[in-house]
Ligand binder design. Sequence first.
Ligand code: FES
Length: 292
Amino acid sequence: MSSSDTVLPGGHVVGLGETRRPDKWWVGPLLTVSFIGVAIGYGTIAMLMGNHYWVGAEGHGFGGYLSPLYSPVLMFDASAAGAAPASHAWFGAFPEWYPSLLPKSPAFLILLFPGAFRFTCYYYRKAYYRSFGFAPPGCAVEGVRRGKYEGETKLFLFQNLHRYAMYFAVIFNIILTYDAVMSFFRDGALGIGVGSVVLTINATLLAFYTFGCHSFRHLIGGRANCFTCDGKETLSSKAWSFGTFFNQRHMQIAWVSLAWVMFTDLYVRMVSMGIWTDFNTWGEAATKTVGL
Ligand code: FES
């Protein structure tokens, strides 16, 4: 047999989802669709409910647990069960002129910002382009055929907003860190509860997610033309290495942090509704039960 007659392994198979890959390549996209679907579903319902997003002392004092889906509380509806106290709302109650067609939920006012950060994340783009767009669903798997690829220059031009969404993410990280610190207080008294741990893990994971962001890494250490030109490690190169540590784990942190945000909201919601008991050092009297 001459070399020109040699049959090479692999090759391209035409047809949506067709491939010569023998492995279960579809498991990844299936899990992605399922997980993102659950997260979007839960987040939307939690946002629309507009209630049970806060746990604190009857006196509405300093401290308490605030759901990360509702933080910061820009405006609030005092009639909603489990609402944050007025002192937590940056701009007070929803005004009279607030359109009745829109949900009177503090989460509705803010979720665009973390949502935009996640949606335009470089990792998530890969995940949903593959899983939802089939473009393609996996390496060496036939996907949806499109015309000329224009990338993120026309149709997906908005994806370039990621670098700006990152600034808002940093602000939210600071706010959620503040919330985590506040969760160790109840009506001014220092203590700890399971919710304090839940909120602290949440703030930490979200900070790790931001630290691993490509745009964040560029911001803190990526603008230097040369890291080692003067023969020693610079502040820029150290910052770059710091970002790289988290960037190399960005996919894993993306999933875990997303799941934990949802769990944190669920935890606060369940405690606020009186369904779950928050074990803490303040005692039950320090748990708000107003509006159950
Ligand atoms: S690249 Fe994922 S958050 Fe920026």
